[in-house]
Design a protein around this ligand. Structure first.
Ligand SMILES: [Fe+2]
Length: 482
């Protein structure tokens, strides 16, 4: 910034000092404003665009120290040079503690002032560069986090939250284009900036314009509106950035960020930061959408597979869906977190997918199975695990599908592992699967009654099944919570 673009505000109740100082600084090339009281100084400051303040400490009304406190309370990152005709160490220390850049005692040499002003500007530049560097470092971290988030709501929430923090905004809203092609408020952030706040006409107008033009808009309350289709910001709003979220083919939404009138307006650097953040977020939002579409399609296919398995055996009709229901109820009761619950749910649906590779004659055999036929059936967990291990979304289900016939005492199959070595999800699945099988008709027997099935589960506590899970299951069934 050239000296002439640097705006210095002098606050002093002694007009002669203001005039001498003002003249000197103007000669040095600075733009100077003068205020004869703290109150007047504050009002010039809130008008924006002041880069340094030289303020007297002792003034009638608002003192220089009160002015300094107010500036810091407004989080204005301005260097303040204090001047005083009655120097005491206490005043100096208090001013520095409150965040003054430096102080000078009257009468001062103009050269001394010139030097301190130059140093204050240098120090501010350095501070801004440090700030920029630390923001760039955090920006890198933030974009990495966004790229690795796969849940829609979590991604929206993180994106908005990061945007607010990165450019110190007080409130924000994220609007995404819905299936009908309309912008809808998806997420809001900041105290006092609830969804209803963002329905005000100025915000609707700017969001529409930004989506339509695919260009960002920066509105500062004290400057003319950048487009005639826009409306002035509501009272209390100092500055707003509205940013389009784009993929190479279309606009997917708009990000709105706001600062209230207690803070500095947004500047070009804030826009640059949001540019980087929004570009990454747009890619992540679109990726998550695609990911969910693909996942839904995969799951539809896999469901069809599960049905195909059941179609091979008329007796197992609906078995997988029922196992899935019991599994979910059990997993909830056992307090599994949401994402693991989702996994056991699909494992419930897919646990017998490997039967697709087992002969129908064996699956439907009404009589007793020979040991060779039983060995053939016992291959289904491994076959199933192999089928789903090639599907990226289903890979994490492999341990549950592979081990759903392991026994708690180690005498199950395929690996004969025991106790806690059997994945927890597989132990849940094992109880749900056994109960469902026992209470439905099979080629070789009619369904058992509920009470017989309960007593078998009880007998097998610690043998076939994890006792803790049997107890949980019986609890649920006896309390009628299915
Ligand atoms: Fe099975």
């Amino acid at each position: 910034m050239d000296a002439e673009n640097r705006h210095i505000l002098i606050v002093d109740d002694e007009i002669s000092i203001c005039e001498v100082l003002g003249q000197f600084l103007r000669r040095e090339g600075y733009t100077v404003s003068i205020a004869s009281s703290g109150e007047e100084g504050l009002s010039i400051l809130r008008g924006g665009d002041v880069h340094l303040i030289i303020s007297d400490i002792k003034m009638p009304g608002m003192s220089g120290v009160d002015l300094l406190k107010q500036i810091k309370a407004d989080s204005l990152s301005l260097p303040v040079l204090m001047t005083t005709g009655f120097p005491t160490l206490d005043t100096a220390i208090e001013a520095l503690k409150l965040g003054a850049y430096d102080y000078m005692t009257k009468p001062f040499h103009l050269e001394e002032i010139g030097e301190k002003v130059r140093r204050a500007f240098q120090s501010r530049k350095l501070q801004e560069e440090n700030l920029l560097f630390s923001r760039l470092v955090s920006l890198h971290e933030v974009t990495k986090t966004l790229a690795s988030t796969l849940e829609v709501q979590e991604l929206n929430c993180k994106f908005l939250d990061f945007s607010l923090r990165m450019i110190k905004a007080d409130g924000g809203s994220l609007l995404l284009v819905d299936q009908a092609g309309k912008l809808a408020i998806t997420e809001t952030a900041g105290d006092h900036y609830e969804p209803a706040f963002w329905l005000a006409r100025p915000f609707v107008a700017v969001s529409r314009l930004v989506a339509q033009q695919q260009e960002a808009v920066l509105i500062n309350a004290q400057e003319p509106l950048p487009d005639e289709r826009l409306l002035p910001l509501p009272g209390g709003c100092r500055s707003m950035i509205s940013f389009p979220l784009k993929t190479p083919s279309r606009v997917i939404g708009v990000l709105n960020l706001l600062r209230n009138d207690a803070h500095d307006p947004f500047a070009g650097l804030d826009l640059e930061i949001i540019n980087v953040l929004a570009s990454q977020a747009s890619i992540s939002i679109e990726n998550v959408r695609l990911y969910h579409n693909i996942r839904d399609n995969y799951l539809k296919t896999i469901r069809a597979f599960a049905l195909a398995v059941e179609a091979k055996d008329e007796y197992t009709h609906g078995h997988s869906e029922n196992v899935m229901k019991y599994t979910v109820v059990l997993a909830k009761h056992l307090g599994l977190p949401e994402h693991e619950l989702e996994l056991v749910k699909y494992a419930g649906l897919l646990h017998d997918i490997g039967k697709i590779g087992i002969s129908e004659n064996i699956l439907n055999k009404a009589g007793r199975l020979t040991s060779q036929e039983f060995e053939e059936i016992k291959r289904h967990p491994e076959l199933g695990a192999r089928i789903i291990s090639d599907v990226p979304f289903l890979k994490s289900l492999v341990p549950m599908v592979l081990h759903h016939h392991e026994f708690y005492n180690g005498s199950g199959y395929p690996l004969k592992i025991a106790g806690n070595a059997i994945p927890f999800g597989a132990r849940i699945l094992s109880v749900a699967d056994a109960y469902e099988a026992m209470t439905s008709d099979r080629p070789y027997r009619k369904s058992l009654t509920q009470s017989v099935a309960f007593s078998i589960l009880n007998d097998e506590r610690g043998k076939q099944f994890d006792p803790h899970i049997v107890d949980a299951f019986l609890d649920i069934m006896n309390s009628g919570n299915t």
